[in-house]
Design a protein around this ligand. Structure first.
Ligand code: ATP
Length: 275
């Protein structure tokens, strides 16, 4: 898996408009990114460069999408990996993967003529858990240290600006060294969507599908309390599948309601499997 890290083939044209709900997160994130966009002015005012942002919240709420949109917003390439990619039994492997990742980011940005690189690390708690906690292992220590060294070495004056976006559902597990000023010093909460957010997300995932006139998105949003963006996307997909099976040309209200039940049952099934 060594070569795979950061090899995300995303075209970086994904924008904030394609993310439903998450008004506060989008606003906070784009405001933070403005420091990177206007790096020279920020530097002249002596503002500390933005190096790391933490997106905190449950799975499937759009953290990866926000990181992709951040790359587009700052004219950067996007690299994606997960904390678990760095966990290896062999000493030094995790640390060298971290260094490779940063080098790859610089290379990729140069080759694509971009201003910077956004490195997204999903499940950052796996590699950045508190020292001594559930990591009695030297290897963890070296990997986390390598990340801190790379982050501390990032300068505003570099030709390629690098921003690290970490995602976690458990910021409380993170080593305090990661949260110090100049590292991941900004936390943005990415929660489950509210009713308005759910309607927006349904709208996004249905807008390129043929939908019947009887479909009432506000009503569907009301009936999907507690659903994540990923689950809402599943609802839309399931409804399209149902429609195909029933030989229909459009997706109707009934099919969407049936799909809500199906996704709910699926989620309950997942929980059972874990228990
Ligand atoms: P994880 O922590 O499990 O990786 P995540 O928060 O990074 O989850 P994403 O990978 O961004 O979640 O979302 C998964 C999919 O769910 C997206 O590809 C998209 O289809 C849908 N989705 C999630 N949130 C939203 C949203 N706010 N707007 C539109 N689609 C969404």
């Amino acid at each position: 898996a060594t070569q795979g890290i950061g090899d995300y083939k995303a075209e970086s044209s994904f924008s904030f408009e394609e993310i439903g709900g998450q008004k506060v997160a989008k606003k906070e994130l784009s405001e933070a990114l403005d420091f990177m966009v206007q790096s020279q002015a920020a530097d002249e005012l002596g503002i500390r460069p933005l190096k790391g942002i933490l997106l905190c919240g449950p799975p499937g709420t759009g953290k990866t999408l926000l990181a992709k949109a951040a790359a587009t917003y700052t004219n950067s390439v996007f690299l994606s990996c997960s904390g678990s990619d760095f966990i290896e039994v062999y000493a030094g492997v995790g640390a060298s993967r971290i260094r490779n990742l940063f080098n790859k980011a610089r290379d990729k940005a140069k080759k694509s003529n971009k201003k910077g690189a956004v490195i997204f690390i999903d499940e950052i708690d796996v590699l950045g858990a508190k020292r001594g906690a559930n990591r009695g292992h030297m290897e963890y220590e070296q990997t986390l240290n390598a990340l801190l060294v790379e982050m501390d070495g990032l300068k505003t004056h570099e030709s390629i600006q690098i921003l690290i976006i970490g995602a976690t559902n458990r910021p409380d597990l993170l080593d305090p060294a990661l949260l110090r000023p100049g590292r991941f010093d900004r936390q943005i909460q990415v929660d489950l969507p509210d009713k308005e957010g759910r309607e927006h997300i349904l709208n996004i995932h249905l807008r390129n599908k043929p939908v019947s006139d009887d479909v009432n998105l506000a009503m569907l949003a009301k009936e999907t309390v507690g659903f994540s963006g990923a689950q809402l996307e599943s609802v839309c997909n399931e409804a399209a599948i149902l429609s195909l099976r029933q030989g229909k040309k459009t997706i109707n209200f009934e099919q969407l309601k049936e799909s809500i039940e199906k996704v709910l049952l699926g989620a309950a099934g997942d929980r059972k499997a874990i228990e």
